[in-house]
Design a protein around this ligand. Structure first.
Ligand code: NAP
Length: 264
């Protein structure tokens, strides 16, 4: 194998991605010769471009919008997690094959356990949103052993479809008695309206997948009501750990220094 290792994030558009900042931080930290870049690949080019990447020396790629589902059709091997979520965010090129995985559920759960160490999976969870990110969050919560997942979404039909795909998941807009509330919508993101939510109980942990701003209106209000809060940046950082490990051979750690560098 070449001593110079390459990886990338593929998407369209891709200019906003924070992934090069965090992977380059770890490459520098561990003195690894290589680079991690961002590749803008249009949907119509994906089928042609993806098989070329291993030939150009890439060890693997992260996958973001709009390719997360489409890459499954191009993969030789799909992990059970990626199959359940119906999307991949991490591809590894090995022995001429494309291996597809999804590390978002791992990233969500690891971040939750890091920022809310006293959270336990013994009460229902309330998940707002039914897009791709919600699927990863629900998969992680089921893995953690949460007894019931209550799902609510602007478009109820999408919540119905998602609930049918996962065990212990029901469409229910009642957050009472839930030990965890998770916003998986884009509401609260800079330039978007805040999430309309005010049923806070201090015993509830409140997590937001949005990380720009780091403290969303939801998290600010939850904190004011005495809830433990979990920001979305940690999920982004933790989902990258298994990918970096696979491609560059070192398992990196998520530190405050890294968080500050990604936020800057
Ligand atoms: P997606 O598949 O497009 O789903 C978007 C979700 O947001 C849908 O449930 C949608 O509801 C809802 N939504 C959008 N605008 C809304 C509005 N005005 N009112 C109510 N609901 C609205 O997107 P995604 O991939 O799941 O990502 C969702 C969010 O999570 C994004 O902000 C993304 O940046 C963030 N995210 C963060 C991480 C992380 O590592 N922290 C990872 C993945 C995603 P409808 O079904 O009704 O349209």
């Amino acid at each position: 194998m070449s001593p110079y290792r390459l990886a990338a994030v593929i998407g369209h558009p891709i200019g906003h991605s924070k992934s090069p900042i965090l992977h380059r931080h770890w490459l520098r930290q561990h003195g690894i010769k290589g680079d991690y870049t961002a590749l803008d690949i249009a949907p119509s080019d994906l089928k042609t471009a993806l098989p070329l990447l291993p030939k150009l020396g890439f060890s693997g790629v992260n996958v973001t919008i709009p390719h997360k589902t489409a890459v499954l059709d191009l993969a030789d091997e799909i992990t059970p997690t990626a199959a359940r979520i119906g999307a991949a965010n991490t591809l590894t090129f090995q022995n001429g094959q494309i291996h597809a995985d999804n590390t978002d559920a791992y990233g969500f759960l690891t971040n939750l356990r890091t920022q809310a160490p006293n959270w336990t999976a013994d009460r229902p969870a309330f998940v707002i949103g039914a897009g791709g990110a919600a699927r990863a969050v629900i998969d992680g919560l089921i893995e953690a052993g949460v007894p019931e997942i209550r799902l609510t979404n602007r478009t109820t039909s999408k919540a119905d479809i998602l609930a049918a795909d996962f065990p212990r998941t029901v469409v229910n807009a009642d957050p009472s008695d839930c030990g965890l509330i998770v916003n998986t919508t884009s509401l609260g993101m800079t330039g978007h309206p805040p999430l309309p939510f005010d049923s806070f109980d201090p015993s509830t942990t409140v997590a937001d997948l949005v990380y720009s701003p780091l403290e969303t209106p939801l998290l600010r209000d939850a904190k004011a009501h005495g809830c433990v809060t979990v920001d979305g940046l940690g999920m982004l950082l933790h989902q990258a750990v298994p990918a970096f490990h696979r491609w560059f051979g070192v398992r990196p750690t998520v530190t405050d220094t890294l968080k500050q560098e990604v936020l800057a």
